[in-house]
Design a binder for this molecule. Sequence first.
Ligand code: SF4
Ligand code: SF4
Length: 697
Amino acid sequence: MAELTPIPFGVLVTRLFRELERKQAAFDLPARSFVHRQPGRDLSVSIHGHRASTPFGPAAGPQTQLAQNIVLSWLAGGRVMELKTVQVKDDLVIPRPCIDMQTVGFNVEWSQELSLEQSLEEYVKAAMLVEMLKASGFAEGFGDTVFDMSVGYDLAGIRSERVRAFLAGMLDAGRVIERLRAEIPEPWAHLRGLSFQARISDTLTLSTFHGCPPAEIEGIARFLLEEIGLHVVVKLNPTLLGREEVRSILHGQLGYADLVVPDAAFEKDASWEQMAGFVGRLGALSDSVGRSFGVKFTNTLLVRNHKRFFPAAEKEMYLSGPPLHVLAMALVRRFRRTFDDCFPISFSAGIDAANFADAVALGLKPISVCTDLLKTGGYARARHYFADLTRRMEAVGAADLDTFALKAYGHAEGALAGLGLPAESAASCRAALARGGDPRAAAGEAFDAWVSAARLLNTETYADRVLADPRYGAARTATPPKKVGSALALFDCLTCDKCIPICPNDANFALEIPTGQVPIERLVPGAGGFTSELAGVLELTKPHQIANFADACNECGHCDVLCPEDGGPYRVKPRFFGTVAAWAASSSLDGFALEATAHGVRIHGRFDGRAVMLEGRGADQRYSGEGFDLRLDPADPAVTAVGHADGPVDLTFLRILERLRDAMLASGATNYVSAGLALSESPLPMRKESGQVLPMA
Ligand code: SF4
Ligand code: SF4
């Protein structure tokens, strides 16, 4: 099984900035999908006292595991990054596949697949890349970003030396930054002088395991607030609704009759009363220590594994997506009926382009997404969230998110009624509403209370609305992606390109390889040298080919689900490793690795377990494998081949290696492998204009 291997910082920098320069894209996200500041609109929110330019971000999960994922989320408009949960047990074996997006969204994922030390470095790399992008002219006035940590899963683990070291590293990443700063390649040397923030994060969302005892949750939150000095959010479970309400919504209203939430899930998780108790106490504690405290709705819902997607040993799986949205909104309503708008609520459950603006109108922050970004289009889907939010803000004449919350559902008048304002002030607020004036100016100091009251009313309206909305029901979400019945092969496919953006790690990529038929020779050794006979034809018909970068692929299985053909792109398509050592260590996997040598670029390949190697350029190349070691001119192998061969040598693999190597070395190639090669050779000078690296089209 392939394991995630962090991509060296220099490779990430090289790939990111070359791709922006050459293709107006970043990690395969086209520049047209980047989300930029919208003039005249303030989408910013305060997260624990820190400004974030938008309330949107990736949820702790597959989109925040590696540095490039976080950068992609940022380019897609994410300004609150919920980093993937880390824990002391950082050498877990995660079952594969682990993400099932056939219907609503299930997973058997867990915490970071990297070690604690690697995780820290990935998060620091991401923060530095974001700063480098900002310094290169991206996100002017739109760059306030909050990185939010997540730890699990019990107090003993969180108090351990290694988790403490992780937390300390995130609070002061100075040493890691200095090491990485020196790794910024020469073409971007002017960015080495940036004053990268040493404090990557001082906020944390606590990810408690399903079934975590309430006293343990409270103990962990206390430790983080008091001893580490963090702002803390506790992620709560949907089981808080109680078994009757969960089942009534899931089965009765939404029609997910096949989903079974085991009784034990309700018995082990905190009850509503227990939660209300510790939330009240932790809120008081956070006030006393000068930190902020909030809750998050919601964790995934534990259900029985009734499908055949995950390994049979997995008896349970975690539900996300549309049904979780309805459950989580029921929780938000119930929580606000208990606590009003006293605690900030972070929200992550079935958010998509059609409901993001509603979550904003409820004043939820941050609003984070995982499942929807795994659907066709991947990170590019986020721009539709902002398009819809902008449209709706425009429709009600709101220039900022508080004013939008006030007006979004027409509850501004109703909210005003409960505030008990003097008649004159209330009249001026009403006048501002009626004439399209500025309600903030009209309400003065009462504006925040007015917005809070509107959020509470919005919550009631929206929670009712989603319960009745068929888009969340089983009938609308039951159809898996279509398969066409053909099997994937190493080259050629439907080239729908779905598998590229839907990979959260950007592990799949396109390669340009000339189409056409290539005759395949077989070299037959004889007394006077080699003779040649025709062995077949290699035919490529598609304008570009799909490949996979093994270091960034954790074999989650997701691209197999969305690919219309059978076999799984990550299994069948050419698999490249970042280093020859990684290729050699993964001897059970077919694949390729390139390295720069004194004799030119060398490409290693493994086909059905058989290793071959091609080295050099032009008329003098070395091609070797088990039982042969030849020098030849690939343009005329029969005449030029010298060396030894135990028997006939079929040149199919040579023709494949040639094509893959040339595609990787092509000037337009922008992927992790070509970036690594560029870094190991002399770096190409980049265009720089007025301190900007990247004049964007
Ligand atoms: S591998 Fe599958 S998903 Fe990827 S481009 Fe080919 S057909 Fe489409
Ligand atoms: S390439 Fe496919 S299997 Fe690999 S990480 Fe990406 S989506 Fe998952």
